[in-house]
Design a protein around this ligand. Sequence first.
Ligand code: PGA
Length: 250
Amino acid sequence: MARKKIIAGNWKMNGSLESNEALLEGIFAKIESNNSLVIVSSPFPYLGQVSELIKKSPISLAAQNVSQYVSGAYTGEVSLEMLKNFSVEYVLIGHSERRTYYNETDSVIAEKTKAVLESGLRPILCIGETLEERQSEQTLDVCAKQIDAVLNAVDVSSFENIVVAYEPVWAIGTGLSATAQQAQDVHEFIRKHVATHNASVAEKVQILYGGSVKADNSKELFSMPDIDGALVGGASLIVDEFVGIIKAAG
Ligand code: PGA
C-alpha cells in the first residue's frame, strides 16, 4: 500500500496574529484538492488562533515541542494535555535546533516520543547528522543511534505512528539541500534499519526529508521511493513556496 505523503510546515519562532492569518488564508485560497496530509506547526501562543483558522480546512496542527512530564512544577513548559485543548495532533520532537541550543539528548527525546505516543498524538521525530559527521562518514551511524534511542523506549510497532523526519543539520536553513539521491540513500537506510526489527512496520513508516526544501527542488525529492514528504522551515512561511511544495507532492 502506498504511503500517504505529508507536507509539514515548521514555522519555528516566526509569526504574529496578523501574519499567521494572512499566511493561512493565502494557502487556503491556493490549495485545491490534494492527496497529501498538510500540517502546520505554529509557536505555542498561536496554537489557539491557528486551530480556529484551520478548523474548516484539511490542514492539521502540530506543536514544535512538548514536555515529557504530565503536569507540575516545570516553569515555562507545556504539557500534552494542554496541546490537546487546542486540537494539536502532531508534535515535533528532537528538532536539531532543540538538540543543539537546548541540549535535548537522545534520552530526553526518547522520553518525549514515548509521552506523545501514550497521549494518542503523533510525534514527528527529527534526526540527522551534522556537517562534520557527514564529512567523517558517520551519517548512517548517527541516524541509527538516534532511531535506536527511541526503539529502546518504545515498541517497534509504534513506528507506525511515528513520523520520522530526516533533516541533515547542514541543510537546515542554509539553502544547501541534500540532493534527492543523498536523501533517498539515508531514507532507504532508515527504513531498512526499522525493518531489522519489523519489516511490515518499516514498510508503513512515513519518512520526511527536511532541509532547504523549496517548491523547485521538492518534485525530485518526492519522486524518490523512500521519501514520503517534507518538513519545511523557511519556505513554509511563503504562500507560493509552501503551496508549490504541496502541489509537488500530488
Ligand atoms: P529549512 O528548515 O526548510 O528552513 O531548511 C527545515 C527545518 O528545520 O525543519
